[in-house]
Design a protein around this ligand. Structure first.
Ligand code: NFA
Length: 101
């Protein structure tokens, strides 16, 4: 009878590569009302009033502000959804995405 091999097997390396992340960025403009920007941030990005106000003000003062970080597909879909929300009300509100790192 052959012996059972009791040696420890070298653990197979499970390669769980993380997907590249994309920043979703709010761009300032001169026309979209502040309240509307806050409403969009709250509804689409589930931000609190305070978080949304902070992001809106940073974009207003600095020209742009990172809203959140997602995988490419999610970032692009959410940027489009948020941009569409502005367009539907006649505002030039714009969100873009940018690869991180
Ligand atoms: N700058 C806009 C205003 O003064 C507000 C705004 C902030 C628009 C952030 C877009 C992004 N009404």
């Amino acid at each position: 009878m052959s012996d059972v091999d009791t040696r420890l097997k070298p653990k197979a390396k499970t390669k769980t590569e993380r997907p590249p992340l994309y920043k979703l960025i709010l761009l300032n403009d001169d026309y979209t009302p502040r309240d509307f920007v806050v409403t969009v941030l709250k509804s689409i990005f589930r931000m609190s009033e305070g978080e949304a106000m902070g992001v809106m003000l940073t974009a207003h003062q600095q020209g742009a502000c990172v809203v959140a970080v997602f995988t490419k597909e999610v970032a692009e879909a959410k940027a489009q959804q948020a941009t569409d929300a502005g367009q539907s009300q006649g505002y030039p509100l714009a969100f873009t995405t940018e690869k991180e790192g």
